[in-house]
Design a binder for this molecule. Sequence first.
Ligand SMILES: [Zn+2]
Length: 165
Amino acid sequence: MMANIVSDNKVVTLEYALHLDDGELVEESTNTEPLEYIHGIGQLIPGLEKSLAGMQVGESREVMLEADEGYGEYQEGLDEEIPMDSFPEDFEPEIDMPLVMTDDEGKEFTFYVTGFGEEGVIVSPNHPLAGETLHFNVKVLDVHDATDEELAHGHVHGDEEYEDE
Ligand SMILES: [Zn+2]
């Protein structure tokens, strides 16, 4: 029998906290639910996924990622203002909200709301944590095989009845 170590196509349950260099706490799973993801299919940022590989249930680790292994370097000068009338009427933008936009060829890009201008919403392709060094404390709570259906869908199905498309 294979040991339950973090490896490709396993469903991994994680407890984690994310701090920035200055000590600011950005996210902590104890405030929400433990994080569940399928290992090896790019659901986590690549540097974190790489660091988790091989960990066992019950094991804890500190993982430090430079910006290029995290959410990327911050790129200056890419902010754009998008007129409000290009959004649906009930659109309520908030700072750091991700917006997925499609170009003429159908390629999808994610932008993040960074502010509000006279005509509309200021957006940037920089992730809100771009340029930051990330400090994760992770603990592996559970590792088990993903089902064929979960692998086909590319996400974890919960215990409750799952509303799926
Ligand atoms: Zn599904």
